[in-house]
Ligand binder design. Structure first.
Ligand code: PMV
Length: 360
């Protein structure tokens, strides 16, 4: 498929007005996306667990403009309050997707959005936020169009979400979504995420992700800047190659449920992501002392408890603690007793693997 396939040729009818709504979750990458080309094309393939608890709820009320003009027209409410400071980001998103959803300027839109996780918790809201909005726009398009297949619908939502934030394209479906062309995953694409097409062992059913909020402050370096710094990075080509290899290795690991090998890849990916940050020019560190304390506690506990608890990180100081359902009665008490004290104000979120977005 190419980008051109997502440009609609015509609509049957543009409705006068209506309302659409979706919830869409966040996701946590096992193999990390870090580095991109123009138009949010990833420099390497990635795969993530779709989450459940951390999600965004968005509705879009649309009404045809009385007088046609060449402007985007929208109001934005975040947690029931007008939110002017979010508007430029949405406007950039609208400009990027207009070519693929050419009805957008025909309407005045009232966008209402809220997150289930605390604002400025350091949890990336762009994945859930951008995918929830993309879902609403795609639901509008579906109403205006001749019938389209579910596959095309899902691919285009993921494609549109990607233009808002790269990792958002992995939030539509679940439990595992792969994004970025790689030879070991048939049907993989740089344009959109696909539901992981191979066998996944039952041990991953209900897999837990307890998110430890180590630092809720504004990040010193944004993901956008971090991706940029992979251009000309001394280790970029080796890193991109490694992501392909890790995805290839994961195929057997996920099918057989080999948790020791799973841990080896997931923790190495998290540390590699941060190693890329520490070795770019300029270099930076997003981990905090408490991030390292948590990692060390997890390693100590894993050795003595014979469990398969492991960690991963996103582009920040927070730690995602991953463990299977059948070990939760041992691992969760350990988290409460030993790890919560490293969290800012003792805050954490109990999440688990999920199945993706839902229509309201
Ligand atoms: O979607 P972005 O541009 O915010 O990038 C996110 C990158 C990581 O979260 C660090 C890794 C990933 O694959 O989700």
């Amino acid at each position: 498929m190419s980008e051109k396939d997502f440009i609609p040729s015509s609509y049957i009818t543009l409705k006068e007005e209506g309302i659409v709504g979706y919830t869409s979750p966040s996701n946590i990458a096992l193999v990390k996306y870090w580095g991109k080309r123009e138009n949010q094309i990833p420099a390497n393939p990635s795969i993530s667990f779709t989450l459940t608890a951390c999600m965004t709820k968005t509705s879009v009320e649309y009404k045809k403009k009385i007088r046609k003009d060449n402007e985007f027209s929208f109001d934005l409410f975040f947690e029931d309050q007008p939110k002017e400071e979010f508007k430029p980001k949405i406007k950039t998103f609208l400009k990027r997707i207009e070519k693929y959803l050419p009805f957008l300027k025909e309407y005045h839109l009232v966008i209402k959005t809220s997150n289930t996780f605390p604002h400025s918790s350091g949890i990336a809201s762009s994945a859930s936020g951008m995918s929830a909005l993309a879902l609403c726009f795609m639901e509008m398009e579906r109403t205006f169009s001749a019938p389209i297949t579910d596959d095309f619908f899902n691919n285009k939502i993921s494609f549109i979400s990607r233009l808002g934030s790269g990792s958002a394209c992995r939030s539509i479906e679940g439990p595992l979504v792969q994004w970025g062309e790689t030879s070991s995953v048939e049907g993989s694409s740089n344009l959109f995420g696909v539901k992981y097409p191979y066998k996944v062992h039952d041990i991953f059913n209900n897999f837990h992700d307890t998110i430890l909020l180590v630092d809720k402050g504004e990040k010193q370096v944004s993901s956008t800047v971090g991706h940029e710094l992979m251009h000309g990075h001394p280790f970029a080509s080796q890193r991109f190659e490694q992501a392909h290899e890790n995805l290839d290795k994961l195929r057997t690991i996920l099918a057989e449920g080999n948790l020791n090998d799973f841990i080896g890849i997931v923790e190495s990916e998290a540390l590699t992501l941060h190693a890329m940050m520490m070795t770019s020019h300029p270099y930076f560190i997003l981990m905090k002392p408490n991030t390292l304390s948590i990692i060390n506690e997890i390693w100590k506990f894993r050795q003595t408890s014979n469990t398969h608890v492991c960690f991963t990180l996103d582009a920040g100081a927070n730690v995602h603690v991953l463990y299977p359902e059948n070990e939760k009665d041992i691992v969760f008490p350990f988290i409460k007793e030993k790890l919560i004290s490293f969290c800012q104000n003792g805050q954490y979120i109990c999440d688990r693997i999920g199945l993706g977005a839902k229509k309201l």
